[in-house]
Write a protein of this length. Structure first.
Length: 365
């Protein structure tokens, strides 16, 4: 999305929106309108538009220079509260007259839906999705040029199931995000290490990727940020043994726990019994490294209780795969963690009930 924003093709204008804290449809329309009015071509276009709803047309002509002021925001949202659907649709229709095709980059779209559900209720979130689909599909003969890219740090499937709206985004093509390829990952780790004067020979970088489990930029940055805090003499003389110690004591320790907490807290989206079942599944896989699907179903069933079902289990496991927790080995029908660092972190902070640490076992022996 950043690449599309910073390197647009000719005749395309990308506009970027972080929707994580949007809690109402009116706020969404405000964000879009504010961004459009930052561009002179759209200011001129909308101020001359004849088909905008009266409230929106009057606001645009009188207030578009005030778009950065909180007072303008409050007035705008009050003016369109009862008619935000038509106001937004007509505004998008007017944009068809522009010379450039707009690419709307909507980041953290699932988080916005979560907030709509929390603040406004499921019916409002469902209504918004239905409107968004109408804009894209049912108006396709009128709205021919706009493009939409939506993304989020969590999957959207669980939200769509909750709203009974699985069909509302079927026209989108899903893009699978994979780890970096070996060459790109090596260059990233080397460049970061060089910027912090860190010894980054092949053995060091190879071991770093072994500990993470796959070259994912987020975890590469976390790991190297911890190495960068060492004194200069230790950074320039870094050894594999030093790397192992930093991984165990800092990356997996309390220092970096906040970088991982989101992976556990976001399970609350499944509700109390669903969260309990997801935690039980992840704890079991972390403890056993690999565990069969039937064995995990038993663990899930015990944790979920009467709410357990084959379909709900399949949906949960699909979510945990899609959101980069687990992966299914189709040859053995066993689940395992997608990343070693995630398994190690989960085992460190969420051990399975009755699990004993290596230190405890050593003392007993």
């Amino acid at each position: 999305m950043r690449h599309v924003l910073l390197r647009p093709q000719t005749h395309f204008l990308p506009l970027s929106f972080d929707l994580e804290d949007v809690d109402s449809p009116e706020e969404f329309v405000w964000r879009v309108t504010r961004e459009l009015l930052r561009h002179h071509i759209f200011q001129s276009l909308l101020s001359k538009a004849k088909r905008l709803p009266k409230a929106l047309a009057g606001w645009v002509k009188a207030n578009f220079d005030e778009a950065e002021f909180e007072g303008a925001k409050i007035k705008f949202k009050e003016d369109i509260k009862e008619d935000w659907r038509e106001a937004a649709r007509r505004m998008l229709t007017e944009l068809e007259k522009a010379d450039e095709t707009i690419i709307f980059l909507f980041d953290e779209f699932p988080a916005m839906l979560d907030r709509l559900i929390e603040k406004q209720g499921e019916s409002v979130a469902r209504d918004f999705l239905a409107w968004f689909r109408t804009v894209r599909l049912e108006q396709k003969d009128v709205l021919r040029r706009h493009r939409f890219i939506v993304a989020g740090s969590v999957g959207i499937d669980q939200i769509l199931r909750k709203l009974g709206a699985a069909d509302k985004l079927v026209d989108f093509e899903r893009l699978t995000v994979e780890p970096l390829d070996e060459t790109t990952a090596h260059r990233l780790a080397s460049d970061l290490s060089r910027s912090y004067s860190i010894n980054s020979n092949d053995a060091i970088i190879g071991r770093l990727f072994e500990l993470i489990g796959a070259p994912v930029p987020y975890f590469i940055h976390i790991f190297i940020s911890q190495i960068a805090q060492l004194p200069l003499a230790q950074r320039t003389g870094l050894t594999v043994a030093d790397l192992d110690r930093i991984y165990k004591d800092r990356v997996l320790g309390p220092t970096c726990r906040h970088y991982f907490d989101h992976y556990s807290s976001r399970l609350q989206r499944y509700g109390k019994t669903g969260e309990k079942a997801a935690l039980a599944v992840l704890r079991a896989v972390a403890s056993h490294a690999r565990i069969s699907r039937p064995a995990l179903f038993d663990i899930y069933h015990k944790a979920r209780g009467r709410a357990a079902s084959d379909q709900a289990f399949d949906e949960l496991m699909a979510d945990l795969e899609y959101e980069w927790y687990l992966r299914l080995d189709t040859d053995t029908n066993e689940f395992h963690f997608r990343l070693k660092v995630m398994q190690d972190w989960w085992r460190r902070w969420y051990p399975a009930p009755g699990a004993k640490s290596k230190n405890s076992q050593a003392r007993k022996s």
